[in-house]
Design a protein around this ligand. Structure first.
Ligand SMILES: [Zn+2]
Ligand SMILES: [Zn+2]
Length: 156
């Protein structure tokens, strides 16, 4: 049994030291910590949630994973970093889709008045319904706000 803290001796401590081993997240995926913990356990056996948080924090600090925090949902992690891309998020199922930044570099939106701020980033998220959820809305009764169902992307 792993203590899950100490000197980063857990299996995921190894991942933090060797980021190419971060294969729990595939390109194009945006995963919450729960999902990453599940995958880490499948791959590595006993892994504490704490050690996964630690590894993600280390990777985030090193710029090797990107963390996004959609309103009303858990933080999501992805391995596409450094290109200032944006996201489309489905209100129905929580699916997240990458959108290339049209301007190419941050900040990609002009601020009418920076009020003295030095602006280096604009975080853009478009909210709506994905094609599958649109079809669902057409064919079936629309469900009210789905607090349980929205927490996880069905693609994976
Ligand atoms: Zn959807
Ligand atoms: Zn993304």
């Amino acid at each position: 049994m792993y203590a899950g803290h100490g000197h980063g001796a857990s299996a995921w401590g190894r991942v933090a030291d060797n980021p190419t081993g971060l294969d729990a997240i595939n390109p194009g995926e945006h995963l919450d910590v729960e999902t990453i913990v599940d995958r880490a356990r499948t791959e590595l056996g006993s892994v504490s949630t704490h050690s996964v948080y630690d590894a993600l924090h280390t990777l985030d600090s090193a710029g090797l994973v990107r963390r996004i925090e959609p309103a009303g949902g858990p933080a999501l992690f992805e391995i596409r970093v450094g290109d200032n891309h944006h996201h489309l998020i489905c209100r129905g199922c929580g699916m997240v889709v990458d959108v290339d930044c049209a301007a190419g570099a941050a900040p990609c939106l002009d601020v009418p008045d920076t009020d003295g701020f030095v602006v280096d980033e604009a975080e853009v998220t478009w909210w709506g319904y994905c094609p599958a959820c649109q079809r669902l809305a057409e064919t079936g009764p629309q469900r009210p706000a789905d607090e349980e169902a929205a927490s996880r992307s069905p693609r994976g």
